[in-house]
Write a protein that binds this ligand. Structure first.
Ligand code: PBG
Length: 329
């Protein structure tokens, strides 16, 4: 043939054709919105590092989640900012802790909304690390197994409050098994675990730490979160979590780790989510505010790419806007 038999542009010639051959669909049902809750009343405090996001008191959180109904997003994941922090993270597993109060209120006011509770301690410890810190000589270590005990009781108290799904994000070894056993023993055999199986030590968490008031007061998280350079290790993390009983797993962050997401999708038959983190939001929002990017196009492109790479669902700070845009078509 004189000319290539295939002209791939043929199928790009009209909107109808492009739509017919589109391989990946994005829907509001794929999206989960992270929300921040703090004690107090009638609060909706803007978060400077996440423009358009707020720390809500429980009453305003309930109103916000009611408003989300019409958008038909999948659900919300809650992060709590407790009134007091201490060395034992007691606010995380207190019966009347901020998350427990928030979940109870949401389950009463909007029972159909899917409520995921993040299960980490950095917001609850006075040092901002994700577990129990032991001093050793001049330095410190994060004690894995004491932290597992905290995780077990936090998971049970969140499930008691009515959480639909608990999401351990501390990257402790054995966290899924510890939580599964505790939930099963306490009558919550049907509460699923969404494990942050492959969570990297990422600079892209910067804006979140301001939002959640959780930056480490000393050191860093390199002894528990993963090295961004590592790929195979992510597969080992996921393998372990699945063996320990994780019902779904998360890869976090999303955009810089699409290779990990794709590999996990191909190798493990469990539902896989991606957490498009605060820094990913910040990059697009800041550029859009400067007029350097078209926010709608950039967000929808980023989200469809995360799905194309293999995510079944996406935790994103753009969930509301994206759902609105998708509805408008
Ligand atoms: C808790 C936690 C973090 C994020 C979610 N859960 C921060 C961290 O590990 O420091 C970050 C999420 C985001 O950046 O949007 N450990």
């Amino acid at each position: 043939m004189a000319f290539p038999a295939q002209r791939l542009r043929r199928l790009r010639a009209s909107g109808a054709l492009r739509s017919l051959v589109r391989e990946t669909e994005l829907s509001p049902k794929d999206l989960v919105l992270p929300l921040f809750v703090r004690s107090g009343r009638n609060l909706r405090n803007p978060i400077a590092s996440l423009p358009g996001h707020f720390q809500y008191s429980v009453d305003r959180l309930v109103a916000e989640v009611r408003d989300l109904r019409s958008l038909q997003i999948a659900g919300v994941i809650l992060f709590g900012i407790p009134a007091r922090k201490d060395s034992k993270a007691s606010g995380a597993y207190a019966r009347n802790g901020i998350i427990q109060q928030a979940v109870r209120a949401l389950k009463e006011a909007a029972p159909e909304a899917l409520v995921i509770t993040d299960l980490c301690f950095c917001e609850y410890t006075d040092h901002g690390h994700c577990g129990f810190i032991r001093t050793r000589g001049e330095g410190w270590v994060l004690d894995n197994d004491v932290t597992l005990e905290w995780m077990a009781k936090t998971a049970v108290s969140q499930a008691e409050a009515g959480a639909d799904l608990v999401a351990p994000s501390g990257m402790m070894d054995g966290q899924v098994r510890a939580i599964r056993q505790a939930l099963d023993r306490s009558g919550f055999a049907m509460t699923p675990i969404l494990s942050y199986a492959a969570k990297y030590a990422s600079a892209f968490y910067g804006p979140f730490r301001e939002a959640a008031e959780s930056p480490p007061q000393f050191g860093d998280r390199l002894s528990y979160q993963m090295d961004p350079a590592n790929f195979r290790e992510a597969l080992r993390e996921v393998e372990q979590d699945v063996e320990e009983g994780a019902d779904m797993i998360l890869v976090k962050p999303a955009l810089p780790y699409l290779d990990v997401l794709r590999a996990v999708r191909e190798r493990f038959p469990v539902p896989v989510g991606a957490y498009s983190v605060s820094g990913e939001f910040a990059m697009i929002r800041a550029a859009a505010q400067k007029g350097w990017l078209d926010e709608k196009k950039a967000v929808l492109e980023a989200l469809v790419s995360i799905k194309r790479a293999g995510a079944d669902f996406i935790l994103t700070y753009f969930a509301k806007e994206a759902a609105q845009w998708l509805r408008e078509g």
